[in-house]
Write a protein that binds this ligand. Structure first.
Ligand SMILES: C[S@@+](CC[C@H](N)C(=O)[O-])C[C@H]1O[C@@H](n2cnc3c(N)ncnc32)[C@H](O)[C@@H]1O
Length: 261
């Protein structure tokens, strides 16, 4: 992460972002009121945050394969579970936003690129036991802990896939018909992000929702986000700074929103 770059972009975002009063699109206005700014505390949040608290004090040391830079060789290093929980998992605020998005749009087939310990996966999966969540993680020992976490939370609708996105994503896409919701949260570089986006696009429908994490993590990630926004298939795009959301709704005119969150 380029901290100086992210801080600079955050300042710009603070000046540019608006709330529901600055939005004229009925679709986005309703999304803000009912989903993005919805303060209702869902019961499911409690168990997931209890799990996070446990992981945040776990001194268990595991050997992880660092795939963040997209290395196919993967550099092994030792890390404590509590460090991974602190630095890799999406915060409660964003996990709960993912939950509300899924609750609102009711996607049947969900994909997550980057499981880590499974915190965001648990938010995605706990809305509706009828939905099917595929989540891919390249670091085997982390994926093992995530699977235990899913068992502990009694989430039986998650299909964990171990391996590199580069190889696992095309295999998965071959065996599913449509992708209703995708959370891109791993391998934060421009070329792979755009490649995964294009691959997932082949299974998107007009109702699909794609969420991109860390769009201001680096200049490369912002460049990827800019290209995604420009893609002809994307109609509405929403910038919440730490995540970007895109929609493919054909009845909407192409429009971009920078929203306070
Ligand atoms: C930011 S973490 C995911 C956090 C998780 N979504 C959450 O919020 O709880 C990103 C994960 O993606 C995995 N990852 C990164 N690049 C990958 C790749 N090319 N293939 C498979 N996994 C990868 C990393 O090992 C890491 O665990």
């Amino acid at each position: 992460m380029n901290k100086l770059y992210t801080a600079y972009k955050y300042l710009i975002y603070r000046f540019q972002s608006v709330d529901e009063h600055g939005v004229h699109s009925p679709f986005v206005f309703n999304l803000l009121l009912n989903v993005i700014y919805n303060k209702v505390k869902f019961y499911n949040y409690i168990k997931i945050e209890e799990l996070r608290s446990k992981l945040l004090v776990s001194n268990q040391e595991i050997s992880i394969t660092d795939m963040g830079a997209g290395s196919t060789k993967g550099i092994k290093k030792a890390r404590k579970v509590k460090e991974i929980a602190l630095h890799s998992a999406k915060s409660a605020k964003y996990g709960q936003l993912l939950f509300r998005l899924v609750n609102h749009f009711q996607p049947k087939t969900i994909l997550e690129l980057g499981t880590s310990l499974g915190i965001s996966t648990s938010y995605l999966a706990s809305v509706n036991s009828e939905s099917e969540i595929f989540t891919i993680e390249g670091s085997e020992e982390i994926a093992k802990i995530a699977k235990n976490n899913f068992q502990e939370l009694e989430l039986t609708n998650i299909r964990s896939i171990s391996g590199n996105f580069d190889t696992e994503l095309p295999i998965l896409l071959d065996r599913i018909d449509t992708l209703d919701f995708v959370f891109f949260d791993g391998n934060h570089r421009k070329e792979p992000t755009l490649r995964y986006f294009e691959q997932c696009l082949s299974k998107a429908t007009e109702k699909s929702v794609f969420v991109f994490d860390d769009i201001y993590w680096s200049k490369e990630m912002t460049e990827a986000w800019e290209e995604i926004k420009k893609n002809a298939a994307v109609s509405v795009s929403i910038d919440l700074f730490f995540i970007g959301i895109v929609f493919f709704r054909k009845e909407q005119a192409k429009q971009h929103f920078v929203i306070k969150f």
